[in-house]
Design a protein around this ligand. Structure first.
Ligand SMILES: C[S@@+](CC[C@H](N)C(=O)[O-])C[C@H]1O[C@@H](n2cnc3c(N)ncnc32)[C@H](O)[C@@H]1O
Length: 252
């Protein structure tokens, strides 16, 4: 078995995606900026800290602001279609894709996935459990969503097992939250399993590198991009650090 490898380049996703060869990755797993956190232009243009860090939590230099989160709805739609169609070109036929989104951008995300040429196959909710902030008189916003699909027909594979249609994983148990929007490594590892063992996973919006860690833990390789040099450098240190201990073998 070839050991899993990883590479995280600093730069603008569309520019770096254009340099990757066609039909070269086995899956795309990504968590793009949501351009969410509000209904109006003024709301969206607020800092990512004020949109995504709840009262009581502080932003520190350790968890900096991140870019690309202020597009209006039409701009967001067009932009997503651009990078999703580049990802389609780079993915091998039959490769799966999984894109994180929140409730506001869920309808747009299934639209843009298809605008990018992907076959939309479903939505897997991720419950952040009861730890998510409760609000009096309304339903708790405790879920984000993974919109998934494939590049054309999904081949029947015996090396990819059955995967859950719902995740229940707390963010507060994650220990070091490296990035305002960091995803738990545990969920990234579960999602990575949609890609065949030994395959290469592409994430154009790597942030703190959670997709890479999830991929490496279950023996998939990783290639990713991150626009912000400081975030990218921290991610490289995190991926190369002690969190990268391959998980014990488990049947696919
Ligand atoms: C939602 S965060 C990803 C968080 C990541 N899943 C994690 O667990 O840390 C999106 C990331 O995309 C980066 N980004 C925004 N626009 C970008 C672009 N055009 N090209 C590359 N990266 C970009 C942001 O700096 C941010 O770190």
């Amino acid at each position: 078995v070839t050991p899993a490898t990883w590479r995280l380049d600093t730069g603008e996703a569309l520019e770096l995606l254009a340099r990757l060869p066609s039909d070269s990755v086995d899956g795309v797993i990504t968590d793009p900026p949501y351009s969410s956190g509000g209904q109006f232009r003024g709301d969206r243009a607020q800092s990512t800290v004020s949109k995504y860090v709840h009262s009581g939590q502080q932003s520190t230099p350790d968890r900096p602001e991140f870019s690309g989160d202020t597009r209006d709805q039409r701009g967001y739609h067009f932009w997503c279609a651009l990078w999703l169609s580049e990802c389609l070109r780079i993915a091998k036929p039959g490769a799966p894709i999984a894109v994180f989104t929140d409730w506001r951008q869920l309808p747009t995300t299934s639209d843009v996935l298809q605008a990018g040429g992907w076959l939309w196959r479903g939505v897997v909710p991720w419950s952040k459990t009861q730890g998510a902030r409760p609000q009096m008189g309304r339903f708790r916003a405790q879920c984000e969503y993974v919109v998934w699909g494939s590049k054309g027909p999904l081949p029947q594979r015996t090396d990819v097992g059955t995967l859950p249609g719902f995740f229940e994983i707390s963010v507060t148990n994650e220990g070091a939250r490296e990035h305002i929007a960091a995803k738990p490594i545990a969920i990234m590892e579960e999602i990575a399993r949609i890609v065949p063992p030994g395959g290469v996973i592409l994430d154009p919006f790597a942030g703190s590198g959670s997709t890479a860690l999830g991929a490496l833990k279950c023996g998939r390789s990783f290639i990713g991009f991150e626009l912000d040099p400081a975030i990218a450098e921290r991610a490289r240190q995190r991926i190369g650090g002690p969190l990268f201990a391959p998980a014990p073998d488990r049947p696919e």
